[in-house]
Structure formats: structure tokens, C-alpha cells
Design a protein around this ligand. Structure first.
Ligand SMILES: NC(=O)c1ccc[n+]([C@@H]2O[C@H](COP(=O)([O-])OP(=O)(O)OC[C@H]3O[C@@H](n4cnc5c(N)ncnc54)[C@H](OP(=O)(O)O)[C@@H]3O)[C@@H](O)[C@H]2O)c1
Length: 251
């Protein structure tokens, strides 16, 4: 299931909260790390100075991404829907276009991105996404639909991708690898809460878990009530240190 042939990886969106967790964990695994972040945010990576290479620039700049992903066995991309100029889809496309042919590509997004008709959303969840999406777009701050469009491009690609769909996030000590399910709406996910550090753990673990290729796992913290109740009492759901296979159903 897991062949750790990762040597050099790229983290796109390295300066954000999720990105910095991923950089730290990748360095801990002994990977050589290249990070892409906006020029103004390079200082946020100061703690890693001398231990990683930083390529400054917008993550949707094809040339920036081409340089950053060259020679990388894996690419971890934080997909964010900032602005109204296709930031997410531009970022995803640049990675799909320029990553090495066999590279493992792992992207982050939220539960609101549906993989297929199997996801089941509550009325409240749908209404919240809709209202926040419309208001944010009107304010020209965020374009949630573009993050959805970015994921559609990834789903349609024959690259070795995984799209990790995060629940609501919180800070805190790691609880270990999150539990995942193929579809939003599964009772194991009901708590809708994951520690950001564990989101990163799942992303990094996915690099070496081939069972997650062409999957869009929806994740939840392994110590949350719903995971404990429906996913084997919080046991490790896959082999230790790897991203987890579902323990029960995968509808
Ligand atoms: N927040 C949540 O509750 C939540 C829930 C579910 C899923 N997710 C997913 O988790 C991932 C990480 O999200 P996060 O909320 O935790 O944020 P985050 O890790 O702090 O990352 C935010 C990223 O957006 C960049 N950014 C901020 N403002 C920008 C701008 N105006 N233009 C371009 N880039 C900008 C940041 O770069 P700089 O360092 O340069 O500012 C950083 O790379 C995303 O894929 C998100 O969809 C988040």
C-alpha cells in the first residue's frame, strides 16, 4: 500500500497555517522541501531557514510553479479561493501542467466540494456555503465556486491525484491521523471538526499511500465523538504512519 519513494516534495501555499504544518512534517520525514508562497509572506517561513528552498511568487503563476515542482516526487497544494481571478483553478492547473509525470499530487479543500452524487449535505451546511459564497464573491474577497472548478479539473485529470476534503478546522495538539470517508454525510464525519495539524498529517501521509490515488477523502478528527462512535473507537484506520483506509463502509 505504501511505497515511500519520496525524496523531494513541493508545498504550494507553504506560508499559511496548513502549509507550515506540512513543511514541518515533511522535513521530519527527511524529505527535501521546496515551498511556494507569496513574496510578502516569505518571512513566515523564517523558522525553516536553511532547511528548505523557497520559491516566492503567486501560486497561480505557471512559471513559478514550473520552477518549484521540477524534480519533485510529490506536490502538496493548499487550494484557496482568494479573490475573483481564478486563483484556485489557476493554481491547480499549473500543478497539473508542470508536475513531474509520475509525481503524487495531493490537494486540500473543504467538504463543500462534492466528488460525485454520493455526498449528502445538511440543509444548514448548503445554506451556509451558499450565503457565505455569494457574500464573499460580491465583496470580491473569495470565490468558492472557483475552488469547486479547480477540483473538477483535478478529478478529470489522469494524474496521480488525491483531493483531501477538510471539515471545519481547529488548532490544538495532534490527535493522530484523521478518519476518512468517501462521502460527506457519513455518520463517522458528523462531528465536523479536525485539528489543522492532523489535516496536514493526512496530506503528507497521502503522498506515500497509493490506495488514496484518485480518491477525495472527507476527513474528521479521529478523537471526535462521531469518529469514536462510528469508526472503530478511534483505532488507527490504516497501517500506522499511512493515510487511512475506511474501516467499514465506503458507500
Ligand atoms: N479554515 C477552515 O475552517 C477550513 C475548513 C475546511 C477546509 N479548509 C481548507 O484547508 C486549507 C487551508 O485553509 P486554512 O483556512 O487553514 O488557511 P491557511 O492554511 O492559513 O492558508 C491560507 C493560504 O491562503 C493564502 N492567502 C491568504 N490571503 C491570500 C490572498 N489574498 N491571495 C492569495 N493567497 C492568499 C495564504 O498565503 P500567505 O501566507 O501568503 O498569506 C495561505 O497560503 C484550504 O484548502 C481550505 O479550503 C479550511
Amino acid at each position: 500500500m505504501s511505497t515511500d519513494r519520496m525524496r523531494r516534495i513541493c508545498v504550494i501555499g507553504a506560508s499559511g497555517k496548513l502549509g507550515r504544518y506540512m513543511v514541518r512534517q515533511a522535513l521530519d520525514r527527511g524529505y527535501e522541501v521546496v515551498g511556494v508562497c507569496r513574496e510578502r509572506s516569505v518571512a513566515k517561513l523564517a523558522e525553516f531557514e536553511g532547511r528548505m528552498t523557497v520559491v516566492p511568487g503567486p501560486t497561480n503563476d505557471s512559471e513559478v510553479i514550473r520552477r518549484a515542482v521540477a524534480g519533485c516526487d510529490g506536490v502538496l497544494t493548499v487550494l484557496v479561493p482568494w479573490g475573483v481571478r481564478q486563483y484556485s483553478s489557476g493554481t491547480a492547473q499549473a500543478v497539473l501542467d508542470h508536475a513531474e509525470p509520475d509525481a503524487r499530487l495531493v490537494f486540500s479543500c473543504g467538504w463543500h466540494v462534492a466528488r460525485d452524487g454520493g455526498d449528502r449535505y445538511s440543509l444548514l451546511f448548503r445554506a451556509t456555503v451558499r450565503v457565505v459564497g455569494v457574500l464573499a464573491r460580491l465583496a470580491r474577497v473569495v470565490d468558492v465556486d472557483d475552488q469547486v472548478a479547480a477540483c473538477r479539473r483535478i478529478f478529470a485529470s489522469d494524474r496521480r491525484w488525491t483531493v483531501v476534503r477538510g471539515s471545519d478546522l481547529e488548532e490544538g495538539e495532534s490527535q493522530g491521523l484523521p478518519v476518512w470517508r468517501r462521502h460527506v454525510g457519513d455518520p463517522a464525519l458528523a462531528s465536523n471538526r479536525t485539528r489543522r495539524v492532523d489535516f496536514a498529517l493526512f496530506m503528507v501521509a497521502a503522498l506515500t499511500d497509493d490506495t488514496l490515488v484518485h480518491e477525495a477523502p472527507a476527513i474528521v478528527g479521529r478523537r471526535t465523538p462521531s469518529a469514536l462512535a462510528h469508526a472503530g473507537g478511534g483505532r488507527t484506520t490504516g497501517a500506522p504512519g499511512t493515510a487511512a483506509a475506511p474501516t467499514t463502509e465506503t458507500s
